[in-house]
Every structure is written in C-alpha cells, then in structure tokens.
Design a protein around this ligand. Structure first.
Ligand SMILES: C[S@@+](CC[C@H](N)C(=O)[O-])C[C@H]1O[C@@H](n2cnc3c(N)ncnc32)[C@H](O)[C@@H]1O
Length: 209
C-alpha cells in the first residue's frame, strides 16, 4: 500500500527545504535527544528513513557509525547526494527506498530514525512491521512525530494523519514485534496559523527489540 506522500511536492520543495531555520534547529534538538536517550556509538549502523535532505541524519552523524539516508523523492535524494559529496564523510550513503512497496533491503541496522514521516504513511502497522524487520538484534527504532493535532499543521494539500495519540501508537509498536516502547516530550513546533501563533508538541518514540 503506497504512502500518502506525493513525491512531486517534495521534489519541488527539496532545494529550499533547509532554508527554514526552525527546521534545522529541530533536527539538532532531535539528534541530541536521540544521542542522550539511546546512546549510540561509532559502531552503530543507522538508517534514516524518509530522510528528506538528511537534516536529522547529518546532525546525528557525529555520534554514530555508518549512515544510510533513504527517501522516495528524487529531489530530496539529489540534495542528499550534494551534501555527501561536499562533506568529508566517507561512511554516509543514500538510497531510494519505499518500505511500503519495496522488498526489504539486505542490510540490517542498529538504529532506525524517522522524523516527521510516519504521519505520511497510510498503513502504520505495515511500516512498523517492515521497520522492525530491518533492525539487527538489539536494534532500536526512534520516531520523532507530532502528537495528535487539529489538522492545521499542514497548510498545503495534505492527506496524512493529523499526528498520533501515543498510547494507541505504542500498542501498534508492540503488536509489530517490539519488546518495549517509551515516549519523550522532545520539543514543540511553533507555527502562525490565521494570524495566531499555534503550538504543536512533538514526541520522540523509542521502540526497542
Ligand atoms: C515532512 S518530510 C520530512 C523530511 C525529513 N525527515 C525532515 O524532517 O526534514 C517527509 C519525507 O518523507 C518522504 N516520504 C514520503 N513517503 C515516503 C515513503 N513511503 N518512503 C520513504 N520516504 C517517504 C518524502 O519524500 C519526504 O522527504
């Protein structure tokens, strides 16, 4: 079952995606919290799924080992390729990967991170099961996403979920074969909607195998 997201939209937005300072700052905050709560090492093999331009993955890279940045948008992946080429990093790679339709990759990862992508994927149970299957023994899935909101977060045409309620999401995670799940209040996104500043809390979900 395909995800909700249309790649055309992200293809067009990719070149200016990193221009928003709040977006860059959020990724730094999420990366630091992942480092604090999960404690990766230079041996930790990481997949960032739905990586976009790789804002989270590049922020996390100083704390981890080999990094794979995966997405379905050619525009986003082109930005990732430029960043890899411009960086000194030799152990970062990109790949086109849609775990809603593609066969599972052969690689297994110690840490898989998703930032603001789970709400774009229609079949939550399927993607959680696929992500679980991509983890090495002892691996950890970390999801940074929105708490349930009223639908005002996305201004553009949008067909995904309006965030998640934590408890039902946690139940889905356990049903997908994870041994434990916990939630952390990682940050609050501020956006102006209808001339009023609105707050959208984000959680960090940590699911262990
Ligand atoms: C809201 S953006 C978030 C990008 C990045 N994680 C960030 O926080 O800046 C959602 C991303 O998910 C990607 N995406 C949508 N559906 C996907 C799927 N089925 N598999 C992989 N990536 C997908 C889009 O191309 C887009 O880059």
């Amino acid at each position: 079952m395909p995800g909700f997201g249309t790649t055309g939209d992200y293809d067009e937005r990719a070149a200016t995606w990193d221009d928003e300072p709040d977006r860059r700052a959020r990724s730094q905050t999420v990366a630091r919290r992942i480092n604090d709560l999960v404690g990766p090492t230079p041996a930790t093999r990481v997949l960032e799924y739905g990586a976009g331009t790789g804002l989270l993955g590049f922020a996390l890279k100083p704390f981890v080992g080999h990094m794979t940045l995966a997405d379905i948008s050619e525009g986003m992946l082109a930005q990732v390729q430029k960043k890899i080429a411009a960086s000194e990093m030799t152990d970062v790679e990109w790949r086109r990967l849609d775990l809603t339709t593609d066969p599972l990759p052969a690689e297994r990862y110690d840490l898989i991170c998703l930032q603001l992508i789970l709400h774009h994927i229609m079949d939550t149970d399927q993607i959680l099961t696929a992500l679980r299957a991509c983890l090495a023994p002892g691996g950890v899935l970390v999801v940074a996403d929105m708490d349930l909101e009223d639908g005002s977060f996305h201004r553009e045409a949008y067909e995904g979920y309006f965030g998640f309620e934590r408890e039902p999401l946690g139940e889905k995670v356990l049903a997908a074969g994870f041994a434990s799940v916990e939630f952390d209040d990682v940050l609050t996104v501020h956006k102006v909607r209808g001339g009023v500043e609105r707050e959208y809390p984000m959680f960090l979900m940590i699911a262990r195998t």
